[in-house]
Design a protein around this ligand. Structure first.
Ligand code: FAD
Length: 395
């Protein structure tokens, strides 16, 4: 039987796992298989500095090629895993090759969601998830005066800030009644709404896209209220879905995310899952969560490495995340869902403030705007205040 650790997906989580296995003394082959053609890279700059400055993609690589060579970690890039057969301990690539594994790890990430509206596949329509998306988006952005962004979440607003700073006319279409609704509370949303509008971004709330205008390429969008907005470029930034189809087809339990326990184990022996593609139990927050963050990709990968190395450590993080828009840094610690009390500390008009969310008197999340110190302290405070919940759940 093979001893190899085979990792599907060479993103942030897959790369961290390979590195942690070697750091932990794992001597068996470690093989990363990925459909993208680049060495593992950071995605956050894709909607921030990399889009704005557009340098050599190698600038995004987490490690140079020599690092992986020295660690004896091998890559199959531009290679798609088409099937997994847990009972046979092997995977099949879409090019027909079969690869046996001793341990298998899904680190397949997410895919950008698209929308089921007419014209969505026309040239001039863009998604943003990969380096190759920016390679297409950036030149189109250079030629665009009118940019429509569908989705007022992190990625949509980050791209809006880049395009607006470049002097382009930007409209953001948000179906909900406020921007960033999925990730934060009303005060933070209101701050970002105002900040963008004051810099010329046209934010349309409650705006539902019903179709894309144009014959040979996108020339605008149609909204449910009948309005038509002209556009030279349309970016769809409506969130992401877990890449869990492969796992589901292999018989693993999935619910928009591969279900794993606190040790990153699936129910199938020798099969783990890490990063954006997983849904795991959070005792801290009393439910299963699926996170899309660098913190989660790194820390869950470390937990999986510990499990594979036979030293399991339960993973139950205080999640954290950041977003850069214009000259404002938002840092979010914890998860806001289910709060019953909220307090704004400082004056949003000053551009530096934080918002604290509590449930049952305990601090569960903090948004810190331009306040790195408040963010760092809040991670510690949330960990302490939610620790009792974790202990009670374990008792
Ligand atoms: P990924 O990095 O997505 O890697 C998964 C890889 O697996 C991909 O290359 C995928 O193509 C590949 N794959 C999938 N299926 C197969 C298959 N069948 N065969 C072979 N390969 C396969 N997080 C933050 O914390 N802060 C930020 O500011 C931030 N900004 C972001 C901005 C953008 C534009 C994007 C897209 C993401 C951002 N994120 C941010 C999220 C963060 O990048 C992700 O949480 C992180 O990359 C997840 O790592 P991962 O390894 O789980 O998945």
């Amino acid at each position: 039987m093979s001893e190899a650790v085979v990792i599907i997906g060479a993103g942030q989580a897959g790369a961290q796992l390979a590195q942690s296995l070697r750091q932990g003394g794992h001597a068996a082959p470690v093989r990363l298989i990925c459909d993208e053609c680049h060495l593992p890279y950071q995605r956050p700059p894709l909607s921030k500095t990399f889009l704005a400055e557009y340098r050599d993609p190698a600038a995004l690589f987490l490690r140079p090629e020599s690092f992986w060579r020295d660690k004896d970690v091998s890559f199959d890039l531009g290679t798609v895993v088409g099937a997994v057969e847990p009972d046979k301990g092997r995977i099949t690539l879409t090019d027909g090759r079969e690869i046996p594994y001793g341990t298998l790890v899904f680190a397949t990430g997410t895919s950008a969601r698209t929308l089921p509206v007419p014209g969505i596949a026309l040239p001039g329509m863009f998604l943003l998830r990969k380096i190759d998306d920016v390679v297409q988006l950036r030149p189109a952005l250079n030629d665009a005066q009118r940019v429509v962004i569908v989705g007022g979440g992190y990625i949509g607003l980050e791209v809006a800030s880049v395009a607006s700073r470049e002097g382009r006319a930007v409209t953001v279409l948000e179906a909900e009644d406020r921007v960033l609704k999925r990730v934060t509370g009303p005060a933070t949303s209101a701050f970002y709404d105002r900040y963008h509008r004051e810099r010329g971004v046209d934010i349309r709330l409650g705006a539902r896209l019903t179709g894309i205008e144009g014959e040979a390429r996108a020339t605008g969008v149609r909204l449910a209220d009948g309005e038509r907005l002209p556009a030279d470029l349309v970016l769809v930034a409506t969130g992401a879905r877990a890449n869990d189809d492969l796992a589901a087809a292999a018989g693993l339990a999935c619910q928009d995310g591969i279900l794993v326990d606190e040790f990153a184990r699936t129910a199938a022996p020798g099969i783990y899952a890490i990063g954006d593609c997983t849904r795991f139990p959070s005792r801290r927050y009393g439910r299963r969560v699926r996170l899309e963050s660098v913190q989660n990709a790194i820390d869950q990968a470390k937990a999986a490495a510990a499990s594979i190395l036979g030293k399991p450590q339960p993973y139950d993080p205080v999640p954290w995340f950041w977003s850069d828009q214009f000259d404002v840094k938002l840092q979010i610690a914890g998860l806001t869902d289910g709060y019953d009390a909220v307090e704004t500390i400082g004056d949003p008009a000053s551009g530096k403030f934080s918002v604290e969310y509590r449930r049952g008197g305990r601090l569960i999340a903090v948004d810190a705007v331009n306040d790195g110190r408040a963010h760092m302290m809040s991670r510690k405070r949330i960990a302490e205040e939610t620790a009792a919940v974790v202990e009670a759940a374990q008792a």
